[in-house]
Design a protein around this ligand. Structure first.
Ligand SMILES: [Zn+2]
Length: 389
């Protein structure tokens, strides 16, 4: 049986918006047809459910850490990245019950906020049960970390086991960040038969570039705090991105997360590398940790593949892609339709889910959300989202 849904505006994402358009879906939520308003009138459709607002496909959160959900409200804001990492390490241990309860709530929050798929960073197996039982599709990135080259074999072996343990969930082994992964470990990750997509935190702080260019800055204190002697490491005279990108795999979609201190030269370098790169923006986490946003003008000019992420509840007040869109709109005046493409189809493409998700197209089952409280086609502080299907 067909269900007909209509709204003031229907945004398929892959094709132009339809004013008062109608979507027909089957019982399973699969899109059967998109019907423009005049055609719907002509056909005299019955039982059309009209909703005031904007219908959009399910949102995709390409960067979250469910296993850090219990850190909500515990991490001081504005400390900069090295301070943030230190706080997470000091606070992440907690009772098993507290951790699983927080993850369940975080997963339910994502669902409520219209998120249908997420790329989830995992250091441990703790999130498996929540992800298995969720209506949200999770792709797990098993995160590897270890700047000491001597440890590389041991770390990759542990990561391989963890990836196995996550089965039947889809998972890929991914490096945490350039400053926490040694060259030999990058090589072992590259040698992995590593699915179609991979991710890494990129240039979240100015200190990261400073460390790779000149071996200076707060990262030296962080290694001291971690008890790691980094006398083996030489300044690379390169920005962080220009140092690590050649170490990343070929023929794999690569998601660079944050990009807060990525320059025009870095972007050019990335484009010239010939790698298939997606750029994930997590504006609310950037404001939480570094109180600053990436150079959005630059990213938009270059026409890059941009996706959105919330990062964890350790560095965000909520897990809502709509709230990330609102922040970008208010801070950088980015139009709604551009943000919506980042929040849906681009994320689905990165995760390899665009056959099913990301847009209203015949045969897909993308989920349907209703956005209300917009004004003249733009987001307002009162804009909210709810799940329809
Ligand atoms: Zn992160």
């Amino acid at each position: 049986m067909s269900i007909y849904l209509s709204a003031s505006l229907v945004c398929p994402v892959s094709s132009p918006p339809l004013e008062n358009g109608v979507i027909s879906v089957d019982d399973a939520g699969r899109i059967l047809e998109l019907i423009p308003a005049d055609l719907a009138k002509e056909r005299n459709l019955e039982n059309v459910r009209f909703l005031e607002g904007v219908l959009v496909p399910g949102l995709v959160n390409t960067h979250v850490h469910l296993e850090l959900s219990h850190l909500k409200g515990k991490i001081e804001e504005g400390t900069g990245l090295p301070g943030f990492v230190r706080q997470v390490m000091q606070q992440r241990a907690a009772a098993g019950d507290e951790i699983s309860e927080a993850m369940k709530l975080a997963d339910a929050e994502q669902y409520r906020n219209g998120i249908v798929a997420a790329g989830d960073i995992s250091n441990q197996l703790v999130s498996k049960a929540v992800k298995m039982n969720s209506a949200v599709y999770y792709h797990t990135f098993v995160e590897t970390m270890g700047f000491n080259p001597v440890m590389a074999d041991e770390i990759i072996a542990r990561a391989k086991k963890l990836k196995q343990d996550f089965l039947p969930l889809t998972a890929a082994i991914a490096p945490h960040a350039p400053y926490s992964v040694s060259k030999p470990l990058f090589e072992l990750i590259r040698a992995e038969d590593n699915t179609a997509c991979i991710t890494i935190h990129n240039q979240e702080t100015a200190e990261e570039n400073q460390f790779f260019e000149r071996k200076e800055g707060h990262f030296l204190d962080l290694y001291k705090f971690l008890g790691l002697d980094i006398s083996f490491f030489q300044a690379q005279q390169l920005t962080s991105l220009q140092y690590f990108l050649p170490l990343m795999p070929h023929n794999t979609r690569i998601l660079l997360v944050h990009n807060t201190f990525t320059s025009a030269q870095d972007i050019e370098f990335a484009l010239e590398s010939g790698k298939d790169i997606y750029w994930c923006l997590c504006p609310n986490a950037n404001l939480y940790i570094e109180k600053r946003l990436p150079d959005l003008k630059l990213f938009r000019q270059e026409g890059l593949n941009i996706t959105l992420g919330t990062d964890s509840l350790g560095s965000n007040h909520q897990l809502s892609i709509l709230e990330e869109m609102k922040t970008l709109h208010f801070q950088a005046d980015i139009p709604f339709h551009e943000l919506l493409c980042w929040a849906t189809l681009n994320g689905a493409r990165f995760l390899g889910l665009d056959q099913q998700l990301g847009s209203f197209e015949k045969g897909k089952k993308p989920g349907i959300n209703l956005i209300t409280g917009m004004k003249d086609g733009t987001l307002t502080p009162d804009t909210t989202i709810q799940r329809i299907l």
